[in-house]
Design a binder for this molecule. Structure first.
Ligand code: IPM
Ligand code: MN
Length: 354
């Protein structure tokens, strides 16, 4: 099979971690006789430096002319510490999500039995956790009207949702639940927010179309608590953009490291795969970042964009095995263990595959 993949490495550790995913994918391609054409394109702070735009039109063209997008990370401290900056790397990510119509962000949270001791949470709480968040990605407060008034002394951001935006996300949630344990949790703040009441009303209306799915409605503050108390009680969770952003960072703690959790963003056409972690500026260029989240995102890409299940499964298998062997970066190393470099992890996995 010929696969044309846009490679948006981005900022910080983005290039280092995507390099390892490329090694792994190329090794898979060799083993299964696929041909991968990687098309690099600029995004984030590097794109601002070179073009003035964090998601230039040229990059957008590369994406829409590819079969899938593999994404690293975006963000640079230079912008974080300057609230007056008018162009920011993160705007590139939001623009890209919107322009590519990526309205659903699929973020699984699971544990690796070999890493169960790495989690700061107690083993009996997290064992067996296998849940998936479906985070709405192109609406809500991220995209609502915002601004300043009263000579800059008052600021506002608005959270807006339409019924159809909620329906298309919820539909994916119901479908996913049907393929899993038929349990769906709708996370909102319907006791306070009008937009959440529309979420609840819309999802309630859809229940009749999926009579087998058992739907629960929970407030986001309660979910934040129960997620670390009894994560294995959840299966599929659907939620709006900002709640999903926050809860998925929280959930990543369950697995033992943020550097482990992959994600897929799906929508109307092309899909994008990216680790849930950020650009980790402190680690940039040091060859210490954990590339597994990106490598596991590539596994999701094989499965979801190309329906190449065996390829995805092999990536997961070698990742599992290497974790058991203790071939891990410093975020996961335990007493007496050796710290492996980012590039060593990529080489090791690529060699294991072919
Ligand atoms: C994420 C990130 C982004 C978000 C930032 C970088 C804009 O935190 O993908 O979760 O908030 O969506
Ligand atoms: Mn986030």
């Amino acid at each position: 099979m010929k696969l044309k993949i846009a490679l948006l490495a981005g900022d910080g550790i983005g290039p280092e971690v995507t390099d390892q995913a490329v090694k792994v994918c190329n090794s898979i391609a060799k083993k299964f006789n696929h041909e991968i054409l990687w098309i690099p394109a600029l995004t984030g702070a590097v794109a601002i430096e070179q073009t003035g735009d964090p998601y230039p039109e040229e990059t957008h063209q590369v994406c829409i002319n590819s079969d899938a997008v593999l994404f690293g990370a975006i963000g640079h401290p230079r912008f974080d510490n300057d609230p007056s900056a008018s162009v920011r790397p993160e705007q590139g990510l939001l623009k890209m999500r919107k322009k590519l119509g990526l309205f659903a962000n699929i973020r699984p949270t699971f544990t690796f039995s070999s890493l169960i001791e790495n989690s700061p949470l107690k083993k009996d709480r997290i064992e067996g956790t296998d849940l998936v968040f479906l985070r709405e990605l192109t609406g809500g407060i991220y995209f609502g009207e915002r601004g300043r008034k009263d000579n800059g002394n008052t600021a506002f951001d608005t959270c807006t949702y339409t019924r159809s935006e909620i329906q298309r996300l919820a539909k994916k949630g119901f479908e996913l639940a049907m393929n899993r344990s038929k349990k769906l949790c709708c996370v909102d703040k319907a006791n306070v927010l009008e937009s959440s009441r529309l979420w609840r009303e819309t999802v309630q209306d859809m229940e009749k179309d999926f009579p087998e799915v058992e739907v629960t409605y929970e407030f986001v503050d309660a979910v934040a608590m129960r997620l670390v108390q009894w994560p294995s009680s959840y299966d599929v969770l659907i939620t709006e953009n900002l709640f999903g952003d926050i809860l998925t960072d929280e959930a990543s703690v369950i697995s033992g490291s943020m550097g482990l959790m992959p994600s897929a963003s799906v929508g109307t056409d092309i899909c994008l795969y990216e680790p849930i972690h950020g650009s980790f500026p402190q680690a940039t260029g040091k060859d210490i970042a954990n590339p597994l989240a990106t490598i596991l995102s590539a596994a999701m890409m094989f499965e979801m964009s190309f329906n190449l299940k065996e390829e995805g499964a092999l990536i997961r298998k070698v990742v599992d095995e290497s974790l058991v062997e203790g071939i891990v970066t410093e975020d996961l190393v335990r007493e007496g263990g050796r710290k492996y470099k980012t590039s060593e992890i990529g080489d090791h996995l690529a060699n294991k595959i072919f």
